[in-house]
Design a binder for this molecule. Structure first.
Ligand code: SF4
Length: 250
């Protein structure tokens, strides 16, 4: 018995005690910072490198909804682009995912964009149905990790469920392929109203590297109001969890 107690004590805490302030590796790529004095030449060089046209050629801004966090711009132009390890980068408005030169403030959700019924009804319990709409299983694994013993988002009543009938909202991953478009709509329709839409990962937010492919059908994303955008490639559990907590006002 003493031996088992010693082993348990040696393991320490198996869960993240403070999901709001969990330190992560300095190598983690989260919120970018772009030099305010970036030159037109540097912008052009970075935009030419970027594989997904995430860099705006007019001003050098990075769209986190398109960025794959490949780090190529920062490697080529370290004086102009760098990534902090700030994982709190979810947003309630699509436009807020655009990080402009000189912008150093932490990214926080626009509270006015949160529908009142979302906080009123789901603050204590939010059950989500996840739909992988042509995803590659990376975001899906990270979302599943949100509920594991480390992150344990279930402590806030936030959980994934097996049926849309039991869900309060939907989390979409993947670029939304033509083959998944109807299934996504059917799943959404099966969720009782009012319901939440969360879009997780670069592929889901913008199509990512598949943007413009004839194999995609992104009509659902384009015609519905999204409650929360969770950038990342894949989205990190802490980005997802903090984004949902912000949305719920926790
Ligand atoms: S890190 Fe993002 S913005 Fe930079 S090159 Fe890669 S995809 Fe483009």
């Amino acid at each position: 018995m003493l031996k088992e107690i010693k082993i348990l004590a040696g393991h320490g805490k198996q869960f993240v005690p403070d999901l709001r302030n969990q330190p992560v590796s300095a190598r983690f790529r989260g919120r970018p910072v772009i030099a305010s004095a970036i030159t037109a030449e540097d912008i052009e060089r970075a935009a030419a490198i970027c594989p997904v046209s995430a860099i705006d050629r007019r001003n050098g801004a990075i769209d986190l909804g398109r960025c794959t966090f490949c780090n190529e711009c920062a490697l080529a132009l370290p004086e102009a682009y760098r990534f902090t390890n700030d994982y709190r980068i979810a947003a309630t408005r699509r436009g807020d995912l655009v990080i402009r030169p000189g912008q150093t403030d932490p990214l926080r959700i626009d509270e006015t964009a949160v529908r009142p019924e979302v906080r009123k009804l789901f603050k204590r319990s939010l059950k989500l149905r996840q739909v992988s709409a042509g995803g590659d299983n990376s975001c899906e694994m990270e979302l599943a990790a949100s509920g594991n013993v480390n992150f344990d988002v279930g402590r806030y009543g936030i959980e994934f469920v097996a049926s849309p009938r039991h869900a309060d909202g939907i989390v979409i991953t993947g670029p939304v392929t033509e083959n998944m478009a109807e299934a996504l709509q059917i799943c959404y329709d099966a969720i009782p109203t009012p319901k939440v839409i969360i879009v997780a990962g670069t592929d889901a937010i913008s199509g990512g590297i598949f943007d413009g492919s004839p194999a995609l059908n992104r009509r659902f994303i384009e015609t519905h109001t999204v409650d929360l955008y969770v950038p990342g490639n894949p989205a990190h559990p802490l980005t997802f969890i903090n984004g949902v907590m912000d949305m719920l006002g926790l």
